[in-house]
Design a protein around this ligand. Structure first.
Ligand code: AMP
Length: 402
């Protein structure tokens, strides 16, 4: 069966067509500059030349129409008719407290996505536009919403509640939600499968280390804790996000720099993290280069990044009373062997030992711990689109829609 996966942003729309029989990506592409002059679609099919089309896309509706044109085209298309498409899976940021897992889109689901605009102000409106554009262009085709917050909804109240007056939860559902949930779900599930972790030995820590970074602890695929909170700002140090800070920092900067709360939050989201600390870059390749050239701030940013990560791993090991596997994923987690090695060296107390030769490989699925390591350590490239396609297929089949 073929599933169209859509990830709609405010001015962009990424897509993939996945054949769920063999989980191959048949085509993928990107619509850029939606609602802006110079809109462009780039469409890629493995083994063929990329196809580009510059065409006005005033809204997501025109973008989806162009995607349909591209996938159906006689030369660069991958399906002969829309009948071949079983369903459409959408990445949706925030499902609020209502959705603890993916679901087939109904009017109620759309209303909940809308109700959560204030919790996902950049993403939820765009995600909804993507869904409505597909409904308009492909009437009758089932749409499935896969929520980035669903995995974190597995947390128990002691993990998700902030220690604030309870009225804020009662009134606003102010709590920790966690993000990167689709990635954590995919990678923790693949760790269990790939590592053939037996029942009772499925305590998994996933370190999703990309430009945004988060970590999760799960047992048997159920989230015990995850580092992002009400928004993706909480937790690990990231490329440009501060992660955890004392909230009083906000008030201090506001009063000393004459800034508003919004301005300071913008600094914490976009100008902090390793970029803010180093003044060099949010890209770890640039930081490593700067460190090797003697840049002390870059060296400190990298040290602080690992310090926070090791602290979280230790906390999660304690919460689960042990750990069976630790898995690295996303841009940095998949590619930076040195960082993985340094982090694992700090975890010697867990009896972890890394095979340096295996760890030198990049970007592929592998076990990097030695056979005698007390905890198994893996690298598993994340694949949110595949997770979305799998969930979409499962749900439309269960609903008798495919
Ligand atoms: P992502 O958000 O998952 O696409 O990850 C992007 C980040 O991964 C970049 O900002 C880089 O910092 C990091 N990254 C990607 N490739 C490498 C690499 N070879 N070595 C170190 N960091 C990398």
């Amino acid at each position: 069966m073929k599933i169209l996966v859509i990830n709609a942003g405010s001015s962009s729309l990424k897509y993939q067509i996945i054949d769920t029989d063999n989980e191959a990506v048949l085509a993928k592409g990107l619509c850029e500059r939606i609602g802006i002059d110079g809109s462009k679609l780039t469409h890629k099919v493995p083994g063929r030349e990329d196809f580009e089309k510059v065409s006005p896309m005033p809204t997501h509706k025109e973008a989806v129409a162009l995607v349909m044109e591209a996938i159906l085209d006689a030369d660069h298309g991958v399906i002969a008719s829309l009948d071949e498409l079983s369903a459409i899976g959408h990445r949706v940021l925030h499902g609020g407290i209502e959705y603890t897992e993916s679901c087939v889109v109904t009017e109620k689901v759309k209303a909940v996505i809308r109700e959560n605009f204030d919790l996902g102000p950049l993403h939820n409106p765009a995600n909804l536009m993507g869904i409505e554009a597909c409904e308009a262009n492909m009437p009758g085709k089932p749409n499935v919403a896969v929520f980035d917050t669903a995995f974190g909804m597995g947390m128990e109240p002691e993990a998700y509640m902030y220690a604030l007056p309870s009225e804020y939860y009662d009134k606003y559902k102010l709590r920790r939600y966690g993000f990167h949930g689709t990635s954590h779900m995919y990678v923790s599930g693949e760790t269990i499968k790939f590592g053939q972790l037996p029942e009772g030995r499925r305590r998994v820590i996933v370190c999703h280390l990309g430009n945004g970074a988060s970590i999760s602890a799960s047992i048997d695929g159920k989230c015990v804790d995850t580092s992002m909170g009400l928004t993706p700002l909480e937790g690990l140090i990231m490329g440009t996000r501060s992660g955890d800070v004392d909230p009083a920092v906000v008030q201090y900067i506001c009063s000393h720099e004459n800034k508003t709360v919004d301005e300071v939050l913008n600094i914490l989201n976009k100008k902090s993290g390793v970029m803010g600390m180093s003044g060099v870059s949010s890209d770890f390749r640039d930081l490593s280069k700067a460190e090797s050239e003697g840049n002390e701030k870059a060296a400190l940013a990298l040290k602080a990044y690992r310090h926070r990560l090791v602290k979280y791993i230790g906390g999660y090991v304690a919460l689960m009373n042990g750990v069976d596997a630790i898995t690295f994923t996303a841009g940095l987690g998949e590619n930076d062997g040195e960082m993985r090695q340094l982090v694992c060296e700090s975890l010697g107390y867990l009896g972890i030992s890394i095979d340096k030769e295996k760890n030198a490989a990049r970007g592929k699925r592998m076990e990097i711990s030695t056979p005698d390591s007390k905890v198994r350590v893996f690298v598993i490239p994340t694949n949110e689109e595949l997770m979305i396609a799998r969930d979409t297929l499962r749900l439309v089949k269960a609903a008798g829609l495919a």
